[in-house]
Design a binder for this molecule. Structure first.
Ligand code: ADP
Ligand code: DP6
Length: 324
């Protein structure tokens, strides 16, 4: 038996990854920048057994169907290739994050699986190697290997596309993110399908791509200068642009729900009243609000006037992937 276990935290992009230039290798169209968080994570153990006939995947204690298992097997094939072994495996994973609800379970899930596999088969991958491997499972997972602010450099091939931590003098410790859980059910359009449809059909997509380098540069300047206003403004603008691309896709779609708009408007209102905060959204209706730690209690109190307390979760800067 060859066994390994790992825990990985989710990350939320401030500058979004949206679109692939290579579907098989998961090479993105643009660089992205994220914050790894402490509130949501995945714990995964993987056990390779030379006697086992086929891969098995348990998520939150439930044996998964052939479609979900196939995705895992596809990833494990890469691991088997690296180890030069054809052993089948049992994967047992627990998400301390709602699955497929736009809260980045794919990031923590695949980062944990990559790190657990590295351990189980003693692949000896360093953080860069782990980031590259996690990327093959789910693009955003390559950023969850690292703590704090992280940039995924798109690269041009399998070797050159990986994430790395951005030096920040621990400024992320002064920040917080409020998760507004509007709906934690599985979404209709996965990030994978959503970005594929957008790249293929949205007339707004070229505009998105054109604008990302400047947004990314602004975000990095803001982090270096510890300028919260600048980071917040570019985060909010970049997220809105990404979501705008989906409206021009064929068929058009949106991840927003009426309550997402309630949350976005509340952020704008609070800003007017002097509480500085900025929103971003991913492939789902949930809204994430970036603020400074000193304002987190006031932010949560303001949101609890409109959303039930159990729908509000505060997160802080989280950790890199850990072997258990
Ligand atoms: P999310 O917003 O939660 O990341 P996605 O649609 O991007 O939603 O990704 C969800 C997919 O990620 C799931 O369908 C599954 O394939 C994969 N996933 C989620 N959690 C895990 C896990 N713990 N282990 C392996 N794969 C996972
Ligand atoms: C909107 O990493 O889930 O959250 O690479 O196809 O698995 P795949 O997609 P995934 O997409 C994340 C998209 C996003 C933005 C981001 O996290 O950068």
């Amino acid at each position: 038996m060859y066994k390994g276990s790992a825990r990985a935290y989710t990350n939320i992009a401030l500058i979004k990854y949206w679109g692939k230039k290579n579907e098989e290798l998961i090479l993105p169209m643009n660089n992205s920048l994220s914050l790894t968080l402490d509130a949501f994570y995945t714990e995964t153990s993987v056990c390779f057994d030379p006697e086992q006939k086929e891969d098995r995947f348990f998520l939150d204690g439930q044996l998964q169907d052939s479609k979900a298992t196939k995705k895992i097997s596809h990833f494990l094939d890469l691991v088997r290739q690296l180890a030069d072994k054809n052993w089948q495996a049992t994967v047992e994973s627990r998400n301390f994050v709602p699955t497929a609800a736009g809260l980045a379970s794919s990031a923590s899930g695949l980062a944990a699986l990559a790190a657990a596999s590295n351990e189980a088969l003693t692949l000896g991958l360093d953080e860069q190697g782990l980031s590259r491997l996690a990327r093959r499972g789910s693009g955003s997972a390559c950023r969850s290997i690292f703590p704090g602010f992280v940039e995924w450099e798109q690269g041009s091939d399998d070797e050159t596309s990986f994430a790395k931590q951005i030096p920040s003098a621990n400024w992320e410790q002064d920040l917080a993110m409020l998760f507004v859980l509007i709906n934690d059910q599985q979404k209709d359009v996965s990030s994978r399908d959503g970005m594929r449809r957008t790249v293929a059909t949205s007339s707004f997509y070229p505009g998105w791509l054109e604008s990302v380098p400047e947004d990314l540069a602004q975000a990095k300047i803001a982090i270096a200068a510890q300028n919260f206003t600048r980071l917040g403004e570019v985060t909010e603008a970049n997220g809105l642009k990404m979501h705008a691309t989906t409206l021009a896709a064929t068929p058009p779609f949106t991840y927003w729900s009426p309550d997402s708009l309630v949350a976005m408007n509340l952020v704008r209102q609070l800003r007017k009243e002097g509480l500085e905060c900025y929103f971003t959204m991913d492939a789902g209706p949930n809204v994430k609000v970036l603020c400074q730690k000193k304002d987190e209690a006031a932010l949560k109190a303001a949101f609890s006037q409109h959303f039930a307390p159990e729908r509000l979760i505060l997160a802080h800067a989280g950790f890199g992937t850990q072997v258990l």
